[in-house]
Design a protein around this ligand. Structure first.
Ligand SMILES: Nc1ncnc2c1ncn2[C@@H]1O[C@H](COP(=O)(O)OP(=O)(O)OP(=O)(O)O)[C@@H](O)[C@H]1O
Ligand SMILES: [Mg+2]
Length: 504
């Protein structure tokens, strides 16, 4: 009923009705003589209106499809028939003409429908490509597993409207499927259907077989009981494996209370999408393991630096201090021998220079301020050091609510600043360096700008690895390890700015 109301309210429907009324008027209410000369044979016999009746038939096919066209054709013939049998002076001829109009009208409806079907098919294929592309670009845009599952589900829910949509991923250690993202699951079901063993239920079956599983009506196949289906009172069910290079990494499951919702096109589309999501998941896992190893290496490196710094501080520096004191006391004992005093003074100066150098080396290796007083104090230490070692004027600006960060975040940001300042000192010929640190609620931003000679960033990045220069690459990696982003802006003659932002 609602559908009929919907059709009746459409503008095209009203135009069609108006056309039929007008044609009926022309067909019945006008005498033999109309707009054209009387001599016109066909016009006298009402052939033209009969032919024109094909127009609303074609219009109805375009607007309402094959069924609409056939109904319009039937209505047109019903309108024409009374004249054939009751008014026409040549009923036999009129009947043949009406039949001919019926046949031509049917052919027109059929041709339009074939064309429209082809058009729909082309549109469907194009929209499938667009959908696959959209999902691919969304899922490959991230290297975070949870984000990939969530954005894949969001996009799929836009295309196929279902009550429940979930992504399960295979867990390496337990080899079980674990719920990674979901839409529409009730809270009871979330606890009930978080884990499946391969082969268990419909979801487990899709993993074991590596093939999609589609069930038109779960209630009709008692052997196809699924925990998810039971809990959510669903009837249609579709599970598609998420594959990458033939190994199954998880399952995309859709379910809905309406029976027989999923078509074979849906299954094909989701299988193609499942392949793309699978590749993205594999990439994210590889990236995750690479990050894990890189994190381990960085932690081990920091630990080693800490140990060397401690050893140098606790043993070497202490011994040098003792030597320096002894030399002092020796100097007072040998006051009367000017030559010995001179040698001793030289030895003292040498020792104190070595001590200074060693202290600054230890500071670079692992500044104790970083562990004890935090990032800002350590950053100020670094810039002060730069001012002392060169004639570069430095400014530090700190904004937002200063707070301690996780140790790896503090060390990471410290090392980035250390490298940026080293580069400014060694390569930029700058006279001024500005360091800005902004503490925001969810992230920390830091920028290091110099007014030096600058350089062509992209050109340099190509050659860096082959020339063994690891400073810039190390900065990028450290930022990435912290889940952040580092950007270097520089142009020859226009200084350099290193900007980094890290979520905290
Ligand atoms: N602030 C800067 N001003 C001008 N040039 C710079 C600056 N920072 C980097 N560069 C250029 O980029 C190159 C690469 O820097 P990178 O830090 O990777 O290597 P490096 O400093 O030469 O060696 P290291 O591996 O010891 O850090 C430098 O050789 C230099 O030419
Ligand atoms: Mg460098």
């Amino acid at each position: 009923m609602d559908q009929l109301k919907g059709i009746a309210s459409r503008r095209s429907f009203r135009i069609l009705v108006a056309m039929l009324i007008l044609l009926t008027f022309l067909h019945y209410c006008t005498p033999q003589v109309r707009f054209l000369p009387v001599s016109s044979f066909f016009l006298q016999r009402h052939v033209v209106e009969r032919i024109i009746f094909i127009l609303p038939v074609a219009g109805a096919t375009f607007a309402f499809g094959q069924m609409g066209g056939l109904i319009a054709l039937a209505v047109a013939i019903l309108i024409m028939l009374p004249r054939v049998f009751l008014l026409s002076p040549h009923p036999m001829d009129a009947f043949v003409e009406t039949c001919a109009v019926g046949v031509v009208g049917y052919l027109v409806v059929w041709m339009i429908e074939v064309q429209e079907r082809e058009k729909r098919l082309r549109q469907q294929v194009a929209s499938r490509f667009r959908t696959i592309n959209a999902v691919t670009s969304i899922v490959t845009g991230s290297l975070e597993l949870e984000q990939i599952s969530a954005s894949a589900l969001d996009k799929i829910s836009e295309i196929i409207k279902t009550h429940v949509a979930c992504v399960y991923l295979l867990e390496g250690e337990t080899e079980e499927l674990v719920l990674s993202a979901h839409r529409g699951l009730s809270s009871g079901c979330i606890t009930d259907a978080t884990r499946f063993r391969p082969g268990e239920g419909l979801i487990g079956r899709a993993v074991r077989s590596g093939e999609p599983v589609v069930v038109g009506d779960v209630q009709e196949g008692p052997e196809l009981t699924a925990r998810l289906a039971d809990a959510e009172d669903v009837r249609s069910f579709l599970a598609v494996p998420l594959k990458s290079s033939n190994s199954v990494l998880g399952v995309l499951a859709l379910a809905d209370p309406r029976p027989r919702l999923f078509t074979s096109q849906d299954m094909e589309l989701l299988t193609a999408i499942g392949g793309q999501v699978g590749v993205a998941i594999e990439n994210a896992r590889l990236y995750e393991s690479m990050r894990f190893y890189a994190r381990q290496v960085t932690c081990a490196q920091e630990e080693e630096r800490k140990r060397i710094a401690r050893d140098l501080h606790d043993e070497t520096i202490q011994r040098l201090i003792v030597i320096s004191r002894r030399l002092e006391s020796l100097a007072t004992l040998l006051e009367r021998s000017p030559e010995a005093t001179h040698h001793l003074e030289e030895l003292q100066r040498l020792t104190s220079d070595t001590l200074k150098g060693l202290r600054s080396f230890v500071q670079d290796l692992r500044p104790s301020t970083l562990d004890h007083l935090g990032l800002v104090a350590a950053l100020e230490g670094l810039t002060n050091d730069l001012e002392k070692r060169s004639c570069i004027e430095t400014t530090v600006e700190v904004r937002g609510e200063v707070r301690r960060l996780a140790p790896e975040q503090e060390v990471g940001l410290f090392r980035i600043l250390q490298e940026a300042l080293n580069n400014a000192r060694r390569h930029s010929q700058a006279t001024r360096v500005t360091v800005e640190v902004t503490f925001e609620p969810n992230k920390v931003r830091m920028s290091i700008s110099d007014n030096g000679c600058g350089f062509e960033v992209s050109e340099r990045m190509h050659n860096l690895v082959s020339t063994g220069k690891l400073g810039l690459i190390g900065m990028y990696e450290r930022a990435r390890l912290l889940g952040g982003r580092l950007v270097i802006r520089s142009e020859p003659g226009r200084g350099t700015t290193v900007g980094v932002s890290v979520p905290v």
